[in-house]
Design a binder for this molecule. Structure first.
Ligand code: PGA
Length: 215
């Protein structure tokens, strides 16, 4: 099974999401049955998206972040508990959040909250140093200098990171940062790389579908 994750970040309004999902569904093909497609939307759009993907096989919703508190009097926090039944996955540790001050301690708490709520974390790491000892599950390597720049990371560097991580057998290694329909092929030649997190090239549903076709 391969993975293809759309990370829309903070780019879309609800109307944009409506337009995106309409075109996506029109172009969805049974050829993608071997690919888990995950759509990471802004939290307010998740419920709508969840209804829209109802009945589609291998298509899931993801949150883009979650609180490090599990429940209680924390105004404005979006907890893993609140995401139950809405998001099947949640991105944690994205470089853009670490840059804003998110600590490893908070990321560890987010992962354990998600696990308690049976939501699968998609852990993003900028380097091997970001990888928490003992973690198993989905991990995506995304170097900040390659994110959103068009300068995707050389596949040999990605494979070096994969080797240094020494992941457990039940883990899934993904690559992200400037992936598009033209450069994805070189990564797919390495079976250790199980798929992608796609930011910029996921904003247009037709371009995103082209990557699914390559997979
Ligand atoms: P990008 O974003 O594809 O625009 O580089 C990827 C990400 O940040 O997840």
């Amino acid at each position: 099974m391969k993975y293809l994750i759309a990370n829309w970040k903070a780019h879309k309004t609800l109307d944009d999401v409506k337009d995106w999902i309409k075109i996506f569904k029109e172009n969805l093909s049974s050829e993608f049955d071997q690919t888990t497609i995950i759509l990471a939307a802004s939290t307010p759009h998740l419920s709508f998206l969840k209804n829209e993907i109802e009945g589609l096989s291998n298509v899931y919703c993801s949150a883009q972040s979650v609180s490090d508190v599990y429940d209680g009097s924390y105004t404005g926090e979006v907890t893993a508990k609140a995401l139950e039944g809405i998001a099947s996955y949640c991105i944690v540790g994205h470089s853009e959040r670490r840059t804003k001050g998110e600590t490893q301690e908070q990321i560890d708490a987010q992962i354990s909250n998600l696990k308690a709520s049976k939501i699968t974390p998609i852990l993003c790491i900028r380097t091997v140093d970001d990888f928490p000892t003992g973690y198993s599950g989905i991990v995506a390597y995304e170097h900040p200098e390659a994110i959103g720049t068009g300068n995707n990371t050389d596949v040999n560097v990605v494979m070096e990171v994969f080797k240094n991580l020494n992941l457990s057998e039940d883990s899934t290694f993904l690559y992200g940062a400037s992936v598009d329909e033209n450069n994805c092929k070189e990564y797919l030649e390495h079976p250790e790389i199980k798929g992608f997190i796609v930011g910029t090239a996921s904003l247009n549903p037709k371009q995103f579908i082209k990557i699914a076709e390559k997979i």
